[in-house]
Structures are given as structure tokens and as C-alpha cells.
Design a protein around this ligand. Structure first.
Ligand code: BGC
Length: 918
């Protein structure tokens, strides 16, 4: 009765009338399924797909990461994706309208790739700046995270794609993430870590919640009945699907009873037959099972994966207004950025329908047509590189990406008006730094996509100044921790002579199974390799290429993968060993073991390279194999050259930051210092050129011990593919650096309220309570290097007045505060007005101040702008551990209004101090 889609099968299709409204709760649907059928539906069909059921007219649904671009079911340079600014960059925009607009575009691209469920956004909080995955979070603050999370979910879902908020909850660092126990008090959970999830459930109607790997207070999150069933489903009314994080479901009855609905990936896992047995034994009731199936069917109806069997619609894109309407939530009150004059595209009721036609090219990668009985399934495009055009009309508009990156760049410091640079005032500009040439556009792990294109700072600045100033480019120093990929154009497929390499899959006898041409020397697969290749299988993956060195001399070859690697250069084996199997499967992709060999090469003479990879017997996760080649260089020489270039220029732009694989899912950073000799590079350049502008290309905080020695500093995050052009726009004053810090930048590691998140005996005590990020700095009176909310822009602002609608709001009421600001500079600009709430004095555990609302306003030079900030009732509430509920303590409160958590310009007293009730 239920169709099981094995191995390489692409998205299955069933015949039927697409879009026909099938009430998911209809008992009739369930009665068509046996217990076996039901349990089959509740575990994935493969790495990314759910199971289909022909009897129900249910096709498999496709899930895909992630938060900074939608990858699809393959990570393959032939099927690229728009690469968006990472979530910490989106956090820096403080602009829910812009985030919603980007998310709607991301959703449209997901639809075009055949994706039904986007595994984003990540709405955990940046508890520690060392968190390896902090770049995937919006902020250290729950209000900013909640506002942007809601906008992101609404945007994605307005395109008919289901969003997934993750990772519920307490997944705030990576070390031992599969097992650690986060000990968090109920108050701290409610007021900090659960708050963004609650907002996305209640306000945005998010379709899925992903249960995290870790434990909270002793219970694995996939088994956490109190948080999943009692809080998420019963208290908040979540009617969607709780999916496990990948492989996070590790028990049968406990996960089923705790209200996990879907175990991903599949087809193996702890449910299946074991769950059917648990139902037979009475350990899990039929109602519990049915509730999961109903939720899954409700999701299917939302993304139009349910069709009435037997219909006779011709193949073609589904028409899904009903499904889309279901995913679009009612506009919720209390959006803190409500005062932003920009129309919120994510809530435009017509928007989701308009681009429909263009999103379904006649032949897209994963065509969404219905199949008729007997019609063969289309070939898997990942194994048979398809001649079909990419659905590139669905890529995110490059102009939107460029605008978003500019809006996320935070100007931290700008002495003597060093920025913007007037192109007419500079004859020569030195662009310096490892990240100017090879920027880090995204972090590692599941957020990685193959970008459509990459605009590097070096190229974009040279292009922007072409004909106006001479631009020199110097690498400055080396930061790589894994051997970088060879320069584009230096590899040739020995068979065809085309740029790139020949990829072969061979069986245990060396017989060729399949071969293809690839251009990327970093390759990853989930399900798409031929049988006989994979963990514990005897086949091999072989990369063959000719490398043409630009310079002669010693070159470092680095080959990576989990398993046996054999590297041959010009017929000689130069590396041959087995790499270690990492603890976390994601590291098989993010940080596989690397073998290195140094080989002497002649400039311009092709070297024949052969890399053979046999995956390890006991590996897990995706398969990755990588080839890196870099000429041996001396940092001393690179530093000296950069210093010389800076000395000869009128301005120096130094782009420093994290190296590839420094920031990633799967592991935390061990230091906040910039890798390599980048601090020395900045100091030496600054000493050689007074107009030194430093651009930090990092997803999370780094230390900047030289900040007061340079003219200007811009924080650029991991900005995605549009980095270079947007940065050039800002440097030359064509766009404003619109960002404000979503995370505090520390002056020293010791200042951080929470630095390490390394479990002790498997436990992480959240003993700092509510005092993470700026709250901790405020409580300890330590001075951040640059405070939360800080960002200069190119103009200045006077805060003129703040007026509240009520002097003493009743318990449970929102409070509106109208703020008037004046642009006192000489350029138009956008200001982010921030309201922080302090008090009441009767609550010593409360942080000194907490962000309660914010609004973006724009004004011409000299003009005034007014914004009404809505402080939600919840901002005045406290979680009462004894009562087990929210209470509204008596005041007084103080509302502080200003430009950052430490630049507060106006204040208002609220509340008389009389009890406000509860
Ligand atoms: C990550 C999730 C991701 C999933 C699928 C997990 O390792 O924690 O965020 O969505 O893999 O890639």
C-alpha cells in the first residue's frame, strides 16, 4: 500500500489532482493505512526525502538545508544556489522587512529546486562567541532573534515552502553536541532560549520544529515530552511536525511518546518495525501514532504534496493557492520593526502567487509534474548531469543580495571621516589580506551551498575604481588550516582537456562504474553515489586532473576525506594513509582528515594528479573528498610585500577574517583571535598607511587588538556571494553601511560573560542565567570593545523625544513609545532606534536592561523621522518558577531609548510601582 522509494529514486510523483483540498484530519485517510504503513511514513525515505503513499495520493516531500541559501538534494557546482548573507549578517540588518523579502526569495528558489521543506531558520542564541555555529544564529538577544525569525518564517512560507525552526532547544554550542546535557532553569529557558521558538510558532505559524541532538535537564530533546508535547504542542498550540535533527532520534517508545513526529533521515532509524511493535505491545497507543500521521499529512497539504488519487490532471506545475494560504499566517500584532516605512513584502497577500509561472521553468532540475500510472520516473539529475537549464530565473535577485549585504555591514569606527572614500581623492589603493582574495562567504557544515558566483573584495574594488585609481592586491599572510583549493583555471580534465577534473567511480576490482567531468575539486555526496561505493563498501572514488603551476618550486598537496586516500603525482605515490573517523558525522564533510605532501613543481609544466579515495568502514554522514594545492610561501615575504604596497598607496583596505573551516557546524572555535599572523598584518599596514580601513570577514566576534590604530573598521560577517560588490558600494559611499551589531564584540576573551561551552562530564551548566551577551556586560560593568546594537552609518542622529502611550500599562498590555530623531549629518541615512527595558527593582535576577523593541527609520540630511515602537506585554513579564507561569511584576520600569545597548539617549519612567497583577 505504501510506496517505499529506495536509494537513488528521485522525488516520486503520484497521479491526481494537484492542489485539491484534502483535510488532513479526515479520518478516512488514516483508515486506508495499516500500522505498518503509518510507521513507514514517519521515517525518511533517504537523506532528504520523506516517504510517499500512493493510497493517499501523498508524494515524498523533499527537505533541504538551509539558512544561508537552499542547497537542494545535491551539493554540486553544476547545480548552484544563491548564497545569502549568513544569519548573523541578517541579524546585523535589524530589519525584519528586508529579512522577510530575502526569505521569500529564498523560498521561491527552494520551490524551483523542488524543495518542500527548508531546514531553516536557526533561532538558537549566540550564548558564547566561540560557538562554532554562531554564524547560523541571528543574535545573542531573544527579541532580535524572534523578530527576524518570524519574518524569515513568514517569508519562506509565503512562497509555499515549509520552514523549520531549529534546533529546539539548548543547542547553543557544538562540542559534544550529540550528547551534552544543557542544565537550564525554567525561567531562563522561557525568557531566553524558548522565546524565539514561541514567537515563530504563535506569530508565524511555522510548519516544522527540529528537535536538537542535545539533552536539556537530563532528557534528550527528541525524547523531551515536557518541552515537545506539553510546552510546544499543548501550551503554544503547535500543529505542525516535530522532526528530529538528522540521526537525533535514538530510541523508539520514548521519542514517540515525547511527541516527535518524523525521524530523519531514513530509511533506517529507531522507528519502522520497532515502532509498529511498540504499538502492538501497547507501549505507544494508536492515537499517538495517528497524531503524527495527521501532522505529516497536514504538512503535505500545506506544501501541496497531497493529491487525490485517480485524478487526471496533465503533468505540470501544481497550482497551490490554498496550500500557500495555509502556510501564510495572519499578520501578528506587535512586530517590533513595525515602524519601518518599508512595505513588508512577506505579508503582501499577492506576492506569493505572482512569480509562480517563472518559478516553474518547463524543465527544472526536479520537475514537479504528476506522474501517471505506468509513466517511468525521471532520471536522477545528480547522477546524470542533466542538459536541462538551471532554474536560474528563480535565483535570488543579485541586486537584492547586494543591498542586503550593504545593509548588514557594520561601521564600527570611522576616524576623521576615513570612509567613504571619494574615488577622485585617491590615486592608488592597496587592497590587502587573505580574505580580500579568498573571502569566507559562508560557514561550514549544513549551511554550505555551491554559490552561483562569488564577488571577491579584490576584484570588486578594482572594478569599482577602474579608470579612477590604481589598485594593487596583496595576500598579506596565509591563514589556511586545510590546503586551499588550487587557483581556478589551473586544473584540466586529462580526458577532455576541459578546465576541472575527471571523476570516476570504480568497483572493488577497479572496474569503471561511472565517470563524469567536474569543475570543483571538493565533492560531497549523500545518497547519490553508485551502489558499491560508500561507508564500508569496497569501491573507490577517483579524481584525475592535470595541474599547471603558475610558479615553480615546492607545492603543498592536501587531500581530504574520511577513509583511505592515495595521492599520486606524476606517477609517484606521495601520500597514502587512512584518516580518522570523526565523532560527529558532519565533520566528514566540514573537516575531514587531510593528508599532506610537498612536491617540487616546474612553473607552467602540467603535473598529472590522481587521488583515490575509499570511504572508511565505519564512517557516517555525507561522503566528501577534496583536493587542495598551494605553492609554499613565506609569511615574512607576504607581510613585507603588503607593508610596502600600503606605504605606496593613498588608502589601504585590509580584509582579514576567518579561514575556511575555522567557523563551522560540528566544532567550536578555540580562540577569538584571528587566525595566522593577521593581527601583525593589520598593525604593519596601519603603521605604513594612516588611511587604513580594516574589513572583518567573520561570522562571529574576533578580537581586534589594533582597532584604535586604524582609521576605520567594518564588520562584514560571512556575507555570501555578493560580498565584493556590496563592500565596494559601501567603501565608496554608494551605499550606507546599514548594520548594527547583533552580538557584543569583546575586548578580551576574559570579558565574555560565557566564553567556553565545553561540557564538564557531559554537562553544560547555564549558570550565568539570563546574563548572556550585553546583559552580562551590563551586569558586570565590564566594557565591551563594541557594544550590542552599535553601528555608525555615514550620518549622525539626534534623539529628540520619546513619548509613551500609557504611563502605567495594565498587566498583559503592550506599550507604545513614539520616538523622534533628526538626521544631523550631511547624508541621508537609516537609523535603528532601540528600546531597552530596565527594572523592576524587585527582580534582582533580571538583567539591568533588555532589548524590548526596535525600529528602523530613514531620513534625508537634516530631516526628522518618527517611529512608534511597540514594547510587547511579554517584555514586562517574568516567568515565575513557583507558579509555573508568566507574571507581571509591579514596576517601576525605565524605558531607555538609544543607538546601542551602551549609547542610551532618552529615558521614560513607566509604572507606578503598584502591583500590576498577573
Ligand atoms: C544539523 C541540522 C541540519 C541537518 C541536515 C544536522 O547535522 O544540525 O541543522 O539541518 O544536519 O543537514
Amino acid at each position: 500500500m505504501t510506496t517505499r522509494y529506495e536509494g537513488l529514486t528521485p522525488p516520486g510523483r503520484v497521479s491526481g489532482r494537484a492542489g485539491a483540498p484534502v483535510p488532513a484530519t479526515q479520518a478516512g485517510l488514516l483508515s486506508r493505512l495499516s500500522v505498518q504503513d503509518k510507521v513507514l511514513l514517519l521515517t525518511g525515505a533517504d537523506a532528504w526525502r520523506t516517504q510517499g503513499a500512493e493510497a493517499l495520493g501523498l508524494r515524498p516531500m523533499i527537505t533541504s538545508d538551509g539558512p544561508a541559501g537552499v542547497r537542494g538534494v545535491v551539493l554540486d557546482e553544476r547545480h548552484p544556489s544563491s548564497s545569502l548573507p549568513c544569519p548573523s549578517a541578517l541579524g546585523a540588518t535589524w530589519d525584519a522587512g528586508l529579512v522577510g523579502e530575502l526569505a521569500a526569495a529564498l523560498g521561491a528558489e527552494a520551490r524551483a529546486k523542488g524543495v518542500d521543506v527548508l531546514l531553516a531558520p536557526t533561532i538558537n542564541l549566540m550564548r558564547t562567541p566561540l560557538g562554532g555555529r554562531g554564524f547560523e544564529c541571528f543574535s545573542e538577544d531573544p527579541v532580535l532573534t524572534g523578530r527576524l525569525g518570524v519574518a524569515f518564517v513568514r517569508g519562506v512560507q509565503s512562497a509555499g515552502v515549509a520552514a523549520t525552526v531549529k534546533h529546539f532547544v539548548g543547542n547553543d554550542s557544538e562540542t559534544e553536541r550529540w550528547t551534552y546535557d544543557a542544565r537550564i532553569s525554567e525561567r531562563v529557558l522561557r525568557e531566553l532560549y524558548l522565546a524565539p521558538f514561541e514567537a515563530c510558532v504563535r506569530e508565524a505559524g511555522v510548519a516544522l520544529v527540529m528537535a536538537a541532538y542535545n539533552k536539556v535537564n537530563g532528557i534528550p530533546m527528541t525524547e523531551h515530552a515536557r518541552l515537545l508535547r506539553d510546552v510546544l504542542k499543548d501550551e503554544w498550540g503547535f500543529d505542525g511536525v516535530v522532526t528530529s535533527d538528522w540521526h537525533a532520534a535514538r530510541s523508539t517508545a520514548a521519542t514517540a511518546l515525547a511527541a516527535l513526529d518524523l525521524a530523519m533521515p531514513g530509511p533506517d532509524g529507531p522507528w519502522g518495525g520497532q515502532l509498529a511493535q511498540a504499538v502492538a505491545d501497547g507501549a505507544v497507543t494508536g492515537e499517538v501514532l495517528d497524531d503524527k500521521v495527521i501532522r505529516l499529512l497536514r504538512l503535505a497539504a500545506r506544501v501541496n504534496a497531497l493529491c487525490l488519487p485517480g485524478g487526471d490532471d496533465p503533468p505540470g506545475p501544481p497550482r497551490v493557492p490554498a496550500a500557500r494560504a495555509d502556510l501564510r499566517p495572519a499578520v501578528a500584532p506587535g512586530a517590533a520593526d513595525a515602524a519601518s516605512p518599508r512595505p513588508d513584502s512577506s505579508t503582501d497577500p499577492d506576492r506569493s502567487l505572482r512569480p509562480e509561472a517563472s518559478l516553474y521553468p518547463d524543465s527544472s532540475l526536479y520537475p514537479r509534474q504528476s506522474l501517471h500510472p505506468g509513466q517511468p520516473l525521471p532520471p536522477d539529475p545528480s547522477l546524470h548531469p542533466s542538459p536541462l537549464p538551471h532554474p536560474d530565473q528563480a535565483f535570488v535577485d543579485p541586486a537584492l543580495l547586494r543591498r542586503a549585504v550593504a545593509a548588514s555591514l557594520v561601521l564600527l569606527r570611522n576616524e576623521g571621516g576615513a570612509l567613504p572614500i571619494d574615488p577622485g581623492s585617491v590615486g592608488r589603493v592597496a587592497v590587502i589580506g587573505p580574505n580580500a582574495i579568498r573571502p569566507a562567504i559562508h560557514g561550514g557544515g549544513s549551511a554550505v551551498v555551491m554559490p552561483v558566483t562569488v564577488s571577491t573584495p579584490a576584484d570588486a574594488i578594482a572594478e569599482a575604481l577602474a579608470g579612477q585609481a590604481e589598485v594593487t592586491v596583496s595576500g598579506g599572510c596565509q591563514t589556511w588550516v586545510v590546503v586551499p583549493e588550487p587557483a581556478p583555471g589551473s586544473l584540466r580534465d586529462p580526458g577532455s582537456g576541459r578546465p576541472g577534473l575527471r571523476l570516476e567511480f570504480r568497483d572493488c576490482d577497479g572496474e569503471l562504474l561511472a565517470a563524469e567531468h567536474r569543475t570543483s575539486p571538493a565533492l560531497t555526496w549523500w545518497d547519490q553515489v553508485p551502489p558499491g561505493i560508500g561507508w564500508g563498501k569496497p569501491g573507490t572514488v577517483v579524481l584525475l586532473t592535470s595541474f599547471r603551476p603558475e610558479v615553480g618550486g615546492p607545492h603543498v598537496f592536501g587531500v581530504a576525506g574520511v577513509g583511505r586516500l592515495t595521492l599520486t603525482v606524476d606517477g609517484a605515490v606521495v601520500a597514502d594513509a587512512e584518516t580518522v573517523v570523526p565523532d560527529d558525522p558532519v565533520e566528514a564533510m566540514a573537516r575531514p582528515g587531510e593528508l599532506r605532501a610537498t612536491v617540487e613543481l616546474e612553473a607552467g609544466r602540467q603535473a598529472q594528479v590522481r587521488l583515490e579515495f575509499r570511504p572508511a568502514a565505519d564512517g557516517e554522514g555525507p561522503l566528501t573528498v577534496r583536493l587542495g594545492i598551494v605553492p609554499v610561501a613565506a609569511d615574512d615575504d607576504l607581510l613585507a610585500e603588503a607593508e610596502r604596497a600600503a606605504g605606496l598607496a593613498d588608502a589601504a583596505i585590509v580584509v582579514v577574517g576567518t579561514a575556511p573551516m575555522t567557523e563551522s557546524e560540528g566544532f567550536d572555535r578555540s580562540t577569538l583571535a584571528l587566525p595566522g599572523r593577521q593581527d601583525e598584518l593589520v598593525r604593519r599596514v596601519a603603521a605604513a598607511n594612516r588611511r587604513t580601513v580594516v574589513v572583518i570577514n567573520a561570522g562571529m566576534p574576533v578580537l581586534m587588538p589594533w582597532a584604535d590604530q586604524v582609521a576605520a573598521v567594518i564588520y562584514a560577517w560571512l556575507p555570501g556571494q555578493a560580498m565584493g560588490t556590496a563592500l565596494a558600494d559601501v567603501l565608496l559611499g554608494r551605499a550606507e553601511p546599514g548594520g548594527r551589531l547583533p552580538v557584543t564584540l569583546p575586548a578580551a576573551e576574559a570579558d565574555c560573560p560565557v566564553l567556553h561551552a565545553i561540557p564538564e562530564h557531559g554537562v553544560i551548566e547555564y549558570s550565568e542565567g539570563l546574563l548572556i551577551g550585553y546583559r552580562g556586560y551590563d551586569a558586570s560593568l565590564r566594557r565591551p570593545h563594541f557594544p550590542f546594537g552599535h553601528g555608525l552609518g555615514y550620518t549622525s542622529w539626534v534623539y529628540e523625544s520619546a513619548l509613551a502611550t500609557a504611563a502605567d500599562p495594565a498587566a498583559g498590555d503592550d506599550l507604545e513609545v513614539t520616538v523622534t530623531v533628526r538626521n544631523s549629518g550631511s547624508r541621508p541615512g537609516r537609523e535603528v532606534i532601540q528600546a531597552y527595558l530596565a527594572g523592576p527593582p524587585s527582580d534582582p535576577a533580571a538583567p539591568p536592561r533588555q532589548l524590548a523593541a526596535f525600529a528602523g527609520v530613514s531620513a534625508a540630511a537634516g530631516a526628522r523621522a518618527e517611529a512608534t515602537l511597540r514594547l510587547p506585554a511579554r517584555a514586562f513579564a517574568r516567568w515565575d518558577e513557583r507558579e509555573g507561569g508568566w507574571t507581571w511584576p509591579s514596576g517601576p520600569f525605565t524605558v531607555h531609548v538609544g543607538r546601542s545597548s551602551r549609547d542610551l539617549r532618552l529615558s521614560l519612567q513607566i509604572g507606578s510601582g503598584t502591583p500590576g497583577g498577573s
